[in-house]
Write a protein that binds this ligand. Sequence first.
Ligand code: NAP
Length: 262
Amino acid sequence: MGLLDGKRILVTGVLTDASLAFAVARLAQQHGAEVVLSGAGRGLSLTRRTARKLTGDVEVLEMDVTRPDQLVAAAAALGRRWDRLDGLLHAIGFAPPECLGGDIFRAQWDQVQVALQVSAYSLKALVEAFRPMLAAAGTEGGMGASVVGLDLDAAVAWPVYDWMGVAKAALESLSRYLARDLGSQRVRVNLVAAGPVKTVAAKSIPGFSTFEDTWAERAPLGWDVRDSEVVAKACIGLMSDLFPMTTGEILHVDGGVHAVGG
Ligand code: NAP
């Protein structure tokens, strides 16, 4: 028996098979879920190609989270397929190059607002678009829906992460407000704060190797930057029926780095 038997899950943020979201989609299928993906912009064809590495004919919706028209169209398309949504993975992040690299003064508002919109506000935009379908999972005795977002612990200032760190702090706060406002509809909203994993997004951050090089040494449990499945397992757990009373939570999957001093 799978942890997600019979559940219907929308997974955003699959670009390549190195994407954290790909590990979530694959594991969700292995646990019995039906999965639909979404992709955006120039990456959409890559998402479609990556979808073929999953089991069966996986539908890919076009959905740039900064495009309200695409959010509406994607929700309508998914609504024609499913009458409810049990799980929603937010695995979306982007910041212009000026926002990263180790100088917080370099970026101006034009660049910062892009980072905040794509990496933080998009959680609200996404949940809003699929809210009726998420709420439907909590009716007629259903267990309720689970929204999971991917975070990098924003409690401290990291090297090079700069405005992405600020965006993650916003994402953390936003997840708590969404948890507050969606609890009455039995929709849970939680984040998984992951340690560094080698993905396209991670490689685009100049100096990200400073995270990767030191993480394993600092982590009480050790850390493998090529292992996305440990992050996926936590997402699957939060989407399963094993955490029915957990919302507004940040679950650290970082080998324990958040718990120890430098
Ligand atoms: P990834 O494979 O590059 O995934 C990032 C995804 O965000 C891509 O699919 C990208 O699609 C999508 N995206 C960017 N702008 C978008 C937009 N406007 N609309 C819709 N989708 C958009 O990298 P990843 O590392 O797995 O990142 C997934 C999440 O995990 C991010 O939130 C990231 O911050 C978080 N995270 C990553 C790490 C790590 O070390 N890798 C650690 C902690 C947390 P396009 O490229 O097609 O735009």
